[in-house]
Design a protein around this ligand. Structure first.
Ligand code: SF4
Length: 206
């Protein structure tokens, strides 16, 4: 069995960012370092929140009882900027592990990146990290309104970095690579009709 298009597209994005380009140089050339730092602060805040409020719920419901609907096979969109930021933050050994997983056909029902010790990404795709199932949200938010408020604030911060009705980090990372002659099918902020429409409506060039 050959690897499929999903694996090939992701491998190519990791190869562009990891092997063919100087990711820090390209990010710096567009003065995006400060935004990346702010994004990492945001992601750390998300990690603290999830560990503090959802660690027990997710462990009990999904992992111990095998109910997990998360991390299903090819169930997520990874943006090009997700890959770039993950490569920036990861040691080469972790990127090698990601590439090795992508080089193998996935016969299972779970995400190709799900290893024995969890996700192989150090900075997981934003879509994954900002997903909470209804059952987990009900369990926590029905008892703790402070947690619900913090989650709402984190969702607003997520939009700042990625929803393109204003200039965003995720769009700018793609633009920086395009300017340097690279192309990837994961550049959804330039290729997805829906996201391009949001940008056009906001008066932003696509
Ligand atoms: S990338 Fe990681 S967090 Fe996202 S679905 Fe795959 S294993 Fe799960």
């Amino acid at each position: 069995m050959e690897i499929n298009e999903y694996h090939i597209e992701h491998m190519e994005a990791f190869r562009i960012i990891g092997e063919l380009s100087d990711v820090s140089g390209i990010i710096s050339s567009e003065s995006l370092d400060g935004l990346v730092d702010g994004y990492i602060d945001f992601r750390n805040a998300v990690d603290r929140f999830l560990a503090g409020y959802f660690g027990d719920v997710c462990t009990e419901r999904c992992f111990r009882n095998n109910l997990s609907a998360c991390c299903s096979r090819e169930g997520i969109i990874a943006f090009f900027a997700d890959v770039a930021i993950n490569v920036m933050q990861s040691p080469q050994s972790e990127i090698d592990a990601v590439m090795a997983a992508l080089a193998r056909p996935n016969h299972g029902s779970k995400c190709v990146y799900l290893g024995e010790n969890g996700c192989l990404w150090r900075v997981q795709p934003i879509v994954c990290r900002m997903f909470l199932c209804d059952s987990a949200k009900d369990a926590v938010f029905s008892k703790d309104k402070t947690a619900e408020k913090i989650w709402s604030e984190l969702k607003i911060r997520e939009r700042f970095y990625k929803w393109p009705d204003h200039p965003t980090l995720f769009d700018a990372v793609e633009s920086a690579y395009i300017k340097n002659g690279f192309d990837s099918s994961l550049m959804y902020f330039h290729k997805s009709p829906g996201l391009v429409m949001v940008k056009r409506r906001a008066g932003l060039e696509s």
